[in-house]
Design a protein around this ligand. Structure first.
Ligand code: NAP
Length: 195
């Protein structure tokens, strides 16, 4: 109840000053390892952030936006949403949740005048890569080489998301390569390259 009240005040502030309310569920992290070698507390933390927190924030902002008949919720998935990925099993499943949830929510919220945009970036040069142990120099694994070869600049991803927002789109995959991966049905990254 307190959380709902907090978001009610937050969204009210945006509208009071003539702004448009955008809720961007961007926070998320990945764990890259054999599932059984991971620390289960970290797995729980990741699932909590990537799915539960995103769902809670969509609920809190969505409720206020529906009342007002305005606003956009931006949920950040990943190209990892599109296929099960060994060594990222829980992460890719959590990101598949984001796509499925956002697509359904988009349909529900449309009659209220609220847009739900799901963005699925591919590898992007942020702290995220270091966090999952895909540093450039000392890593000879194929997955690390591919990651650094195709990684997009964060500012390019942000620009594409901004354009998608302005066009009221419901789904956006930044970058040509990522779009090719998505649209060529059956083209999945060889799962062996992750192991
Ligand atoms: N970079 C990629 O290759 C890539 C590819 C596909 C999808 N994505 C997705 O893009 C989104 C943004 O990632 P990024 O690339 O910008 O990575 P990033 O630079 O590492 O940023 C991650 C963000 O998540 C927040 N965060 C991490 N752990 C958290 C926790 N336990 N509780 C609350 N907040 C937490 C961080 O907050 P602090 O700064 O306070 O730590 C930071 O704002 C994520 O959802 C990620 O899954 C990234």
């Amino acid at each position: 109840m307190l959380v709902l009240q907090y978001f009610s005040n937050e969204t009210e502030n945006y509208w009071k000053f003539g702004g448009r309310c955008i809720a961007k569920n961007n926070a998320g992290f990945d764990l890259f390892d054999k599932f059984v070698d991971m620390d289960f507390e970290r797995i729980k933390e990741m699932l909590q952030l990537n799915m539960n927190t995103l769902t809670l924030l969509s609920y809190c902002f969505g409720k206020e936006m529906a009342k007002k008949g305005d606003g956009t919720i931006i949920n950040v998935g990943s190209t990892a949403s599109f296929q099960p990925l060994p060594h990222m099993s829980a992460y890719s499943a959590s990101k598949a949740f984001v796509v499925s949830f956002s697509e359904a929510l988009h349909k529900e919220m449309k009659p209220y005048g609220v847009n739900v945009l799901c963005v699925c970036p591919g590898t992007t040069k942020t702290a995220f890569l270091k966090e999952v142990g895909l540093e450039k120099d000392n890593d000879k694994r194929l997955i690390s080489k591919i990651a650094h070869m195709v990684a997009m600049k964060p500012e390019d991803v942000a620009r594409i998301v901004w354009e998608a927002y302005q066009k009221n789109k419901s789904f956006s995959i930044p970058g040509k390569l990522n779009n090719i991966q998505y649209s060529l049905l059956g083209l999945k990254i060889p799962t062996e390259s992750f192991i």
